[in-house]
Design a protein around this ligand. Structure first.
Ligand SMILES: CC(C)(COP(=O)(O)OP(=O)(O)OC[C@H]1O[C@@H](n2cnc3c(N)ncnc32)[C@H](O)[C@@H]1OP(=O)(O)O)[C@@H](O)C(=O)NCCC(=O)NCCS
Length: 177
């Protein structure tokens, strides 16, 4: 699907609020987040308006051929050296997932973080069972920097989170290779 598709990242605004909640509450998204329970409209409303107003965050909407279908969040943005941020993303439309859109989005996110925002380090945390996404990040040069044991408990079991990190230096070296 990603071949020839127009995949763009748009700045999120107030009008996106209920689309974002609908995507975030999809079971295939919730299952891979730290909080798997469905999120209420009130909770989401408070989170979304605070997130839009937070200078340490950026929210970008993923659009495929003009149709909005997912969210990228940058969090904990530190703009002074050593600069860094963390990120996460999801696509709410199961018809889109698994067809290469995520890879195209990751290419654009890295470009924005390292070439546009010029941050030094990009980090993320992925639940240990989410092997496809850990593999996706490693394909882009992320390396494991840590492991948080029992980051969440689900159905009585502790689940670890894998910490991944990519530096601008490594990203640039891979661009030039
Ligand atoms: C993460 C997400 C946005 C990736 O988008 P996507 O469109 O599925 O990504 P792609 O189709 O480019 O696939 C990315 C990689 O995942 C793997 N993958 C995708 N679908 C897979 C599947 N059904 N089974 C196994 N691996 C799969 C592949 O390794 C692929 O890499 P490849 O190019 O080497 O084949 C999407 O899967 C999603 O929304 N998942 C739920 C939320 C989530 O897990 N977010 C990440 C934690 S924040």
């Amino acid at each position: 699907m990603s071949d020839g598709a127009d995949i763009t990242l748009l700045p999120a605004d107030e009008a996106d609020i209920w689309d974002v909640l609908a995507w975030r509450n999809q079971p295939h998204v919730r299952d891979n987040m730290y909080t798997a329970d469905p999120i209420s409209r009130d909770t989401h409303e408070a989170w979304f308006s605070a997130a839009l107003a937070d200078p340490a965050r950026e929210l970008w909407i993923i659009a495929v051929n003009g149709t909005k279908c997912g969210l990228v969040t940058l969090t904990d943005i530190v703009r002074t050296p050593p600069s860094s941020c963390s990120w996460a993303f999801y696509i709410g439309d199961l018809g889109v997932v698994g067809k290469g859109v995520g890879s195209a989005v990751e290419t654009q996110v890295l470009d924005r973080v390292f070439a546009t925002l010029k941050l030094d380090v990009l980090r993320c945390e992925v639940l240990a069972f989410n092997a496809p996404v850990i593999g996706l990040h490693k394909k882009f040069g992320f390396e494991q920097s840590g492991r948080i044991e029992n980051r969440i408990t689900r159905d009585g079991d502790g689940i670890d989170a894998i910490c991944l990190e990519l530096t601008r230096e490594r990203w640039r070296a891979r661009q030039e290779a």
